[in-house]
Design a protein around this ligand. Sequence first.
Ligand code: FAD
Length: 452
Amino acid sequence: MVDFSIEPAFQAKLDWMEGFVREKVYPLEYLYDYDKDAPYDITNAGLRKIIRHLQKEVKAQGMWAAHLPEHLGGQGFGAVKLTYINERFGFTGFGPVVFGCQGPDSGNSEILAMFATDEQRERFLAPLLTQDVFSCYAMTEPQGGSDPTNFRTTAVRDGDDWVLNGDKWFASSANNAAFLIVMAVTDPDAPPHGRATMFIVPTDTPGFEVVRHIGLFCDRRGEGGHPWIRLTDVRIPDSQRLGPVGEGFKVAQSRLGGGRLHHAQRTVGRVKQMIDMMGERALSRSSYGETIATRQAVQMDIANSYVEYCQFRLLVLHVAWMFDQQLEHGREGRKMISAVKAAMAKIAQEVTLRALHLHGSIGLSSEMHFGRHLAIALHEGVADGVTEIHLANVAKVLLRGYKAAEGHFPTDTLFKRKAWAAERIAPLLAEVGTTLEESRADMDHLQPAEKF
Ligand SMILES: Cc1cc2nc3c(=O)[nH]c(=O)nc-3n(C[C@H](O)[C@H](O)[C@H](O)COP(=O)(O)OP(=O)(O)OC[C@H]3O[C@@H](n4cnc5c(N)ncnc54)[C@H](O)[C@@H]3O)c2cc1C
């Protein structure tokens, strides 16, 4: 049974969210400097006070950390409901922090919940869940992100300790994090997916260093939240290893599925924002005496964007439903997560470009935020696995369900299909007492033999 209705009590919460996000969360984006990573800046006491105050309202509404199960302080809503929540604040940079489900902490809290020891949970997960600290997930390295078998950061066992050395790149939030979850090679000679292990590294550990602050291309140089970091002889006890030795990739995989879906859910909200901006613009500009909204080319862009938005939203809801049915694991689940990830990158880029274009010069100017919108849209095709790899995953799984045609000609070649149909229909003809000739079938059911 497919039912698109939303139960009234939950709808009331969503209605509250609409007003709250528009009136109290979205404005922060225009007053606090996102280049300086404002939502995550724990040193800005004034801003933290505002954020804490807003978080109290979220908690009072029972909407805090909606991605987490109840035993971890979340709401246990499940992924479908999370879609309705994430799409409502997805267009704001501050939304995730105010609602307690910002990346990379959301994924990190999930893997800590799954793999951490009791001691690790108390020390690292508990303060993360109350947002007393932020965290970072450091996997990508300067020499390569898409292929984890290229990673060179090492962790070498020394008595009860591990000693880590290496550079990590685009380590989001490392500049504001209390700790990092680091993937390091522990056995370079093992098969590719058994080489790495995860470690929890507090950022006050001697040997941790931010080499350079890196932002997106819309940020000011030397600012932004995705630093290049270095670990030099960083010594940590074995009690800070997260999960079994050699199972770093398994730990990584278990955080990425949910994270990709959360991004897609927020992208639904961002795409809708772009369409809203296009609508206003189309009705506000005129050309040769008529609004540009009357021009078919403009209508096509708006309508195509809306149709694609509806299709994408349904795909996201379907994959969310798969999560709720615990179907996200296994081959089919991974195929659909890759599908949603690739679709997200495409729609984010195309609709953002259309919206920018419709705004003409002001869209390209520094008087609007299209530089940021575009950077965020483009990042969807790179972070958490580049689009090519996700599409290849979709194709690989899909192709397992097919086999090559017999002979040189496609199965749907007419002479093959006619012979096949004649064979199928023969019992029916016999039953009703007729022949192909008598029923005047238009067919040449003799299949030429293939010789070469
Ligand atoms: C905003 C943002 C935030 C990020 N946050 C984090 C974070 O918190 N932690 C973290 O560890 N990483 C993070 N990353 C890094 C991200 O995961 C990597 O950028 C990503 O894995 C790609 O790696 P790369 O940048 O080295 O690109 P490369 O791997 O060098 O790929 C570059 C291009 O090569 C092509 N390509 C590569 N491999 C293939 C292939 N197999 N088939 C076909 N084409 C291919 C694609 O066109 C691809 O875009 C973040 C990135 C961004 C942009």
